[in-house]
Design a protein around this ligand. Structure first.
Ligand SMILES: Cc1ncc(COP(=O)(O)O)c(C=O)c1O
Length: 340
């Protein structure tokens, strides 16, 4: 693999800082907790997706894209950052939201609008369906909508680039593969070894990239995922598929097996984007101890998992445990339903 031949469109402020969360570590009286500030990657309120988008946008520019389409839920951070990255690169951003159109645009959706995205909504209006059935159906309708918009622009002679939900693609994987190298370099420079990295898991491409990077650069740090939506078995399957296609694409001499993947799926609560009591408590704890804002969809649930594991003595008191703040706090400004 020749890194210098891989196209990259710079969007992120890197390296992101690693902060020691002393107040939180003291409060929980367990391992040393560190925070990798990927919420401060810089572009349009930052987040993990910026790292992936550096390679996704470069790929789109190589393919001479005029239009970039992606989809996600109503508070999709991936959507906001894909739109922002497309704007920077001079590509027309189109976003398909797999929710009902809201009366007012808030949080990420407000930012999507400010960024000038063309926004579509795909949602079933069948009142007989349960919430979960509506959610599943909306995903299918969303895919159909993306195809319909793609055809429309292609008929106008435009080149259309589709970014999969969550940025889960080979170029996207490169972002977190290289993040693991960045973390490795920071560990060497600071002479401070991280025993564990903990991250929230949605589409699974962040943890997949980190695991591939760990193998590729031979990094002796365990990686733990906290699912915010999917069962652990599904995430393992997704990560193995992602690793296989990445390894084949670049013809790499590494292997990722199921034993390499540690994921907890007991912090999801009722489902994706539905706040949990422990997640909200984690948001409050991080704000009150460290002045760091997390969100109810991803990082709050992820942090609630880390706090629970610490309380259950999963780690040794001498361990260094680094949580990746993957961003997402704009979603806080859409919340009127959680009780603080
Ligand atoms: C703030 C935030 N954290 C974590 C994730 C999960 O990342 P991944 O989809 O790569 O698993 C996302 C995905 O949208 C996110 O927006």
């Amino acid at each position: 693999m020749n890194w210098k031949d891989i196209p990259r469109y710079r969007l992120a402020n890197l390296p992101t800082q690693i902060e020691h969360l002393k107040n939180l570590s003291d409060k929980l009286n367990g391992p040393n907790i560190y925070l990798k500030r990927d919420d401060e990657t810089g572009l349009a309120f930052g987040g993990n997706k910026v790292r992936k988008l550096e390679f996704i946008v470069a790929d789109a520019l190589e393919k001479k894209a005029d239009v970039m389409i992606t989809s996600g839920g109503i508070q999709t951070n991936h959507g906001r950052l894909t739109v922002a990255a497309a704007v920077k690169a001079g590509i027309k951003p189109v976003l398909v939201i797999t929710n009902d159109a809201p009366e007012a645009y808030e949080g990420n959706l407000l930012l999507d609008k400010l960024l000038g995205a063309e926004i579509h909504f795909a949602y079933p209006d069948d009142e007989q369906l349960t919430q979960q059935e509506k959610h599943n159906r909306a995903r299918i309708l969303g895919e159909e909508k993306v195809e319909e918009i793609k055809k429309k622009y292609e008929n106008e002679g435009k080149n259309v680039y589709i970014v999969p939900r969550g940025g889960r693609s080979i170029p996207g994987t490169l972002g977190y593969c290289l993040a693991s190298l960045e973390i490795y370099q920071q560990m060497i420079e600071s002479k401070n070894h991280m025993d564990y990295i903990v991250t929230s898991v949605g589409s699974s491409s962040t943890i997949g990239g980190l695991l591939i990077g760990k193998k590729l650069f031979n990094i002796d740090t365990k990686i733990i995922g906290i699912s915010v939506s999917r069962p652990a078995s599904e995430i393992k399957k997704l990560v193995l598929e992602q690793a296989e296609s990445f390894i084949n694409h670049y013809n790499l001499d590494i292997h990722v097996s199921e034993d390499d993947i540690t994921v907890f799926d007991s912090y999801i609560g009722e489902g994706y984007a539905i706040p949990t009591e422990k997640g909200v408590q984690a948001i409050k704890t991080l704000s009150e101890t460290e002045s760091v804002f997390m969100d109810h969809i991803y990082t709050g649930k992820g942090m609630s998992g880390l706090i629970d594991l610490i309380e259950k003595d999963y780690f040794k008191d001498t361990d260094n445990v680094m949580f990746i703040h993957t961003g997402g706090s704009p979603a806080l400004f859409s919340l009127d339903s959680i009780k603080i």
